[in-house]
Design a protein around this ligand. Structure first.
Ligand SMILES: [Cu+2]
Length: 225
């Protein structure tokens, strides 16, 4: 009986890790701030960064990468920045048109540009996703530097991902001033640099959950016999 109990708690933990925690989306690049307590809590998923002490990642104003992985079949994305210390009253600047992603897993925008007046500033980059379960938030701390970022080798889209510009009223309401219209289309699979194959991590978010669950059940059955 003891064995069964520990086995079921092991199963529960594994399922929570495989399915629960990754249910919404993750910011893959720049490195996200956390721990994220509640991803639906703005502006950073329940985490309150302190701009004066936080560790930053250099982000090139001439164009740098933002990468997300989603567990939802469809997401709208807003990328916004602020240099305000008090995030509850922060003035946010939109840095890329709102994009709609269809398909699970990784979506990477290789060259998001930042208005030059932000160069030299420490800022919070907030990524807001809008999917079926509402608005979801994650932040990174960045240091805006001159020039263009070297294109991340890992900046690629999952094979089934499609993206285009679109409007989303709820996301638009989260920003004060927005960047002027961008021509062309957002990064689609054909436009991203030939990067790495979809990451193991990204795969875990889609089918991985189901596969892991099934494997665990089979393993458990084997162990019990
Ligand atoms: Cu979700």
């Amino acid at each position: 009986m003891a064995r069964l109990t520990s086995l079921s708690s092991f199963l529960a933990t594994t399922l929570a890790l495989a399915c629960g925690i990754q249910a919404h989306f993750t910011l893959d690049y720049p490195p996200p701030l956390g721990p994220v307590e509640d991803q639906s809590a703005g502006p950073c998923g329940g985490y309150t960064p302190d701009l004066s002490t936080v560790e930053t990642t250099d982000f090139h104003v001439g164009g740098d990468a933002i990468a997300v992985s989603t567990g939802h079949p469809q997401n709208y994305w807003l990328y916004r920045i602020t240099i305000d210390d008090d995030l509850t009253s922060a003035n946010w600047t939109q840095v890329y048109p709102i994009v709609i992603q269809t398909g699970f897993d990784m979506y990477c925008q290789p060259a998001v540009t930042i208005p030059e007046e932000f160069e030299g500033q420490t800022a919070i980059l907030s990524v807001v996703g809008h999917a079926t379960d509402g608005l979801l938030y994650q932040c990174a701390a960045v240091q805006f530097v001159s020039g263009e970022g070297s294109r991340l080798e890992s900046c690629s889209n999952h094979t089934d991902v499609d993206a285009s510009f679109d409007n989303d009223a709820e996301l638009a309401s989260l920003v004060g001033d927005s960047q002027s219209e961008e021509s062309g289309s957002p990064s689609s699979p054909t436009e991203t640099p030939d990067g790495a194959a979809p990451s193991m991590y990204g795969s875990m978010q889609g089918l991985g959950c189901l596969v892991t669950a099934t494997a665990m059940v089979l393993l458990a059955a084997g162990v019990t016999i």
